[in-house]
Design a protein around this ligand. Sequence first.
Ligand SMILES: CC(C)=CC(=O)SCCNC(=O)CCNC(=O)[C@H](O)C(C)(C)COP(=O)(O)OP(=O)(O)OC[C@H]1O[C@@H](n2cnc3c(N)ncnc32)[C@H](O)[C@@H]1OP(=O)(O)O
Length: 257
Amino acid sequence: MAYDNILVEKRGKVGLITLNRPNALNALNSVLIGEVNEALAGFEADDKIGSVVLTGSEKAFAAGADIKEMSSLTYMDAYKGDFITSWDNVSRFRKPIIAAVAGYALGGGCELAMMCDFILAGENARFGQPEITLGVMPGAGGTQRLTRFVGKSKAMEMCLTGRMMDAQEAERSGLVSRVLPVDELVDEALKVAEKIADFSLPITMMTKESVNRAYETTLAEGVRFERRLFHAMFASEDQKEGMAAFVEKRAPQFRNK
Ligand SMILES: CC(C)=CC(=O)SCCNC(=O)CCNC(=O)[C@H](O)C(C)(C)COP(=O)(O)OP(=O)(O)OC[C@H]1O[C@@H](n2cnc3c(N)ncnc32)[C@H](O)[C@@H]1OP(=O)(O)O
């Protein structure tokens, strides 16, 4: 399937989506978001895909929502069209998804990366929520997700001043899991995604669901939720296979069952 604003490839069991609006630093317009959602729906439905990498260019993961498209929006357009809600699809994608971020990840770009399960950053990555400089505030989850990642003080500073964070600060603050040389970023993200895709898909999906639950509930409820899923895993063929393979000193052959 060919798209106008993204490139979509399959690399073995890994789906790769590359944002591709080079003349606009991958600014996120409604067409691009629709294409990302369509590609994700395809990967969700594809039994052969076990994980996904979402990336941009070396200069920009995405420099935010498309300001030119958004500038003339009225309140009624935004309200009646439920502006931004369809962007959240990434956070509802059920298979593991990694953001590989080089260059700018600003505004909606930073928010899109934070909707993924974790972020690998290139050394030149710069994260920020500069919406305040445009007379608005983050609208795709930035005030909520950034605060959970980096804590109130830093999130508040970034949202109120529009200051950008470099890759090292982002790693220190817990926003990104690792920083890599830019020319190794996508290959490493694909390797990590491949490793995840080699595990049992229902088990990686439940693991993701359980970690995400930590953001939405109390510790006691979260631990109960984890326990229910953990018990359920003993009904899977892949639990039997994984543990038998360990005992028999061989590699497991997971069948996603
Ligand atoms: C999710 C919600 C609700 C909100 C948002 O995301 S609001 C947007 C937040 N993002 C920003 O405010 C960043 C805007 N961009 C910049 O500040 C700069 O482009 C930069 C610092 C990221 C890079 O500066 P640089 O001088 O290297 O490059 P430019 O000449 O400024 O940009 C190249 C080219 O891209 C167009 N561009 C960049 N960002 C956007 C954007 N967010 N929306 C639309 N277009 C964007 C820029 O206009 C230029 O194209 P033209 O030369 O054709 O104007």
